[in-house]
Design a protein around this ligand. Structure first.
Ligand code: AMP
Length: 235
């Protein structure tokens, strides 16, 4: 079901450690609210797979589990955001920003619009590591699931993600530990942040996220309507 937002394009961020379920939840949000799902991980993996000029240097960072340099990531985000904005479509950003610097860059890219809402998908490190170790990604549809040899969505063959090996998982968890607290603190100053417990089943988590988005947008609508009335009364 597509929920009708009845307002201008919205920009929602989903932040959380790898293994928190961001990818699946962003996919659902995009479907429910008709948003462009902008996943920096997917865009970077596509740059490698499609042999683009950026591919070789991106591949090194991905395999080591390190952040890809800001100018490359922000470049791919800017290109994709420009395209969705031109279509009048909102976006859900999956995996960007990961640092305060990227957040500042994102606000520049969005101006004069801004971040509407940030969802912080919270799972403990141990849960995230266990999920990543059991994660298999479908080679046909790209969706992630738990260890089976065939995808339960399309029946395609599944495989480990190339960066889901112990040292790279550890590095990604450490980077998250370093960057997430400052990012969340900064986000709380510039946008509304809603924290959702991501430990439950995907359907339950997805329902809570969709409700949070709907509530926030309803709130914004009321505020906008009230300020319009005030302007009219003054006029
Ligand atoms: P993900 O698909 O979100 O798990 O991301 C996979 C990998 O892509 C990360 O481990 C990083 O190497 C890279 N990556 C994704 N998003 C970013 C970002 N915002 N900044 C830097 N590197 C990123």
């Amino acid at each position: 079901m597509v929920r009708n937002l009845q307002r201008d394009a919205v920009r929602i961020l989903v932040v959380g450690r790898q293994g928190s379920g961001k990818g699946e939840q962003c996919r659902r949000l995009a479907e429910t609210f008709d948003l462009d799902h902008i996943s920096t991980g997917d865009l970077l993996r596509a740059a490698v797979r499609d042999f683009t000029p950026l591919g070789p240097s991106v591949a090194d960072h991905l395999l080591r589990g390190e952040l890809v340099p800001d100018d490359i990531v922000s470049g791919v985000v800017a290109e994709r955001l420009t395209a969705s904005t031109a279509r009048g479509q909102g976006a859900v950003l999956d995996g960007y920003p990961r640092t305060v610097k990227q957040g500042q860059r994102l606000r520049e890219l969005l101006a004069p619009a801004d971040i509407d809402l940030a969802i912080h998908l919270d799972v403990p490190r141990s849960t995230a590591v266990e999920r990543i170790q059991n994660r298999r990604v479908c080679r046909s549809c790209g969706r992630a699931g738990r260890s089976t040899t065939t995808c339960r969505h399309c029946g395609g063959p599944t495989e480990h993600r190339a960066d889901d090996w112990p040292a790279a998982i550890g590095r990604r968890m450490s980077e998250h530990a370093r960057d997430s607290a400052p990012l969340l603190e900064w986000l709380a100053d510039v946008a509304r942040v809603v924290t959702i417990d991501g430990r439950d089943e995907p359907d339950a988590v997805g329902g809570r996220i969709a409700d949070a988005v709907q509530d926030h947008l309803a709130l914004v609508e009321v505020v906008t309507e009230r300020s319009d009335e005030t302007v009219l009364a003054d006029w």
